[in-house]
Design a protein around this ligand. Structure first.
Ligand code: SAH
Ligand code: SF4
Ligand code: F3S
Length: 440
């Protein structure tokens, strides 16, 4: 009988991509994937630890799995991802029924570990941060029905922003050789993928550390020549490493979409310095000006943290004035939380929970208004949409994304999945746009 596995994924695009890779590795080995946790012989939880809430969610799920194990003693339970890396063997103490603890850079060994667990019923942990990048497995047909895919081009982070745990759980920056990236991109196109998002913690510094060529703009130029690859995106980029050459590509590339996620984190230069971000408010605003000059229709999204230690009311107001000045298309904002090992633990002047919540609510409220007015500005325009399939809420609507990454729904009964179509926008909402098909 085919052994079935079930994966639950928390966290960012890197984790989502790792879960996809893991599934493909397991399917290539002869396992089957199931959406039902009760039917599974192997349950894997891919965890995130960037904020405490993310970690708690994963730990709660792992806690609940004890009942499943009690019912099915042969069940193999594994914890992978960033909590696995951070807590390591401690997870075995806290959850004695766990079989496998696997750091994010060790997932390509999964088949070997599963065999060992089955044969010897021993627990295994693998947490080597110096491991090479997980190779993207080729698994024909796995992406059937999908038109977009992630492609991991680098792993790890060397920036050590004072609030961030990622460099501790993902290790040092390592880039995948360009020939492998291009080979993978070509393979994805053969699998029906039309849009690729290159991912990494800081894609701008691709190949910079190992002094290899091409650097990130060079890689984008090479990918731009792949026949059948309609759209190229990337995330995340760090403002301090955004080069003029990369900005220019927003005007000069055939496939690169006019959207950039450029996390700012704060509008106060004082706080940016404490955060170890490596740029000032003015330098950030100047990057935005140059991006918009090069590509006026570029969509810009960002991340912001409120309540970082030492953030005064004035610093917070600098963040508010920054979002009014830049007018991001969308903003992901978070209350600052302490994480183990981060530099910010050494800073005085912690901000109380209530005050952090107050600031977050104000910021999010302002941004909601900005997002809505930016979406309304698109009413009456014609947007190119890559059709991804039927809209979530059904109703005879199809859904896809505009070049600026906004979700666009439109009524159509035709089978347009994977096609680029033109849609006239009738209505801009908070989280999506509604339009009608202009032609095919
Ligand atoms: N490499 C990416 C993603 C980092 S994690 C980048 O550089 O942007 C995603 C976001 O989580 C960060 O941009 C930051 O806004 C937020 N974040 C990270 N650590 C945090 C912490 N300790 N408390 C609150 N938010 C945090
Ligand atoms: Fe974290 Fe900063 Fe690295 Fe992003 S660049 S992963 S925020 S340390
Ligand atoms: Fe979370 Fe790890 Fe991503 S901590 S945000 S899953 S890199």
């Amino acid at each position: 009988m085919t052994q079935l596995f079930h994966i639950r994924t928390f966290g960012c695009q890197m984790n989502k991509h790792d879960s996809t890779s893991l599934s493909q590795i397991l399917i290539n080995e002869g396992y089957g994937q199931t959406e039902s946790i009760d039917d599974a012989h192997i349950v894997l939880v891919n965890t995130c630890t960037v904020r405490q809430k993310a970690e708690e969610k994963a730990l709660t799920l792992i806690g609940r799995l004890s009942h499943l194990k009690a019912k099915k003693p042969d069940l193999i339970i594994g914890v992978i991802g960033c909590v696995a890396q951070q807590s390591g063997m401690d997870l075995f103490t806290r959850f004695p029924y766990l079989d496998l603890v696997l750091g994010p850079r060790n997932i390509h060994h999964v088949n070997r570990f599963l065999s060992q667990i089955k044969e010897q019923r021993e627990r295994i942990s693998s947490l080597d941060l110096a491991c090479e990048l997980t190779p993207f497995p080729k698994c024909n047909g796995y992406l059937k029905g999908r038109v977009t895919s992630f492609l991991k081009i680098m792993e790890g982070c060397d920036n050590f922003c004072a609030y961030c745990i990622v460099p501790f759980v993902r290790g040092r920056e390592t880039s995948l050789p360009a020939a492998r990236v291009i080979d993978q991109a070509r393979y994805l196109v053969t699998q029906g993928i039309k849009e690729i998002t290159l991912i990494g913690q800081n894609v701008n510094s691709y190949n910079v550390k190992n002094r290899a060529l091409p650097t990130f703009p060079g890689l984008l130029k090479e990918l731009d020549t792949i026949a059948g690859l309609e759209r190229l995106r990337f995330t995340t980029s760090h403002p301090k490493d955004l080069s003029g050459e990369l900005i220019d590509l927003f005007a000069g590339s055939k496939s690169l979409c006019p959207h950039i996620h450029l996390p700012v984190q704060s509008g106060s230069t004082k706080i940016l310095r404490l955060m170890n971000r490596g740029y000032t408010r003015d330098q950030y605003v100047d990057l935005i000006r140059r991006l918009r000059k090069t590509r006026p229709d570029i969509a810009i999204t960002s991340d912001m943290v409120v309540g970082f230690p030492g953030e005064t009311q004035e610093d917070f107001e600098d963040s508010l004035s920054l979002i009014e000045e830049v007018k991001f298309d969308n903003l992901f904002s978070f209350k600052y939380y302490e994480r183990p090992g981060i530099k910010a633990l050494q800073l005085p002047e912690a901000i109380g929970e209530k005050e952090k919540q107050r600031r977050l609510s104000i910021l999010q409220d302002r941004q909601r208004g900005i997002t809505l007015s930016k979406n309304r500005l698109l009413e009456g325009t014609i947007q190119e949409i890559l059709v991804e399939g039927p809209a979530k809420r059904g109703g005879g609507q199809l859904t896809g994304r505009a070049l600026g990454n906004k979700v666009v729904n439109f009524p159509s009964r035709a089978d347009l999945k994977g096609r680029l179509v033109r849609v006239k926008i009738d209505k801009g909402f908070q989280n999506s746009l509604l339009g009608e098909l202009v032609d095919r």
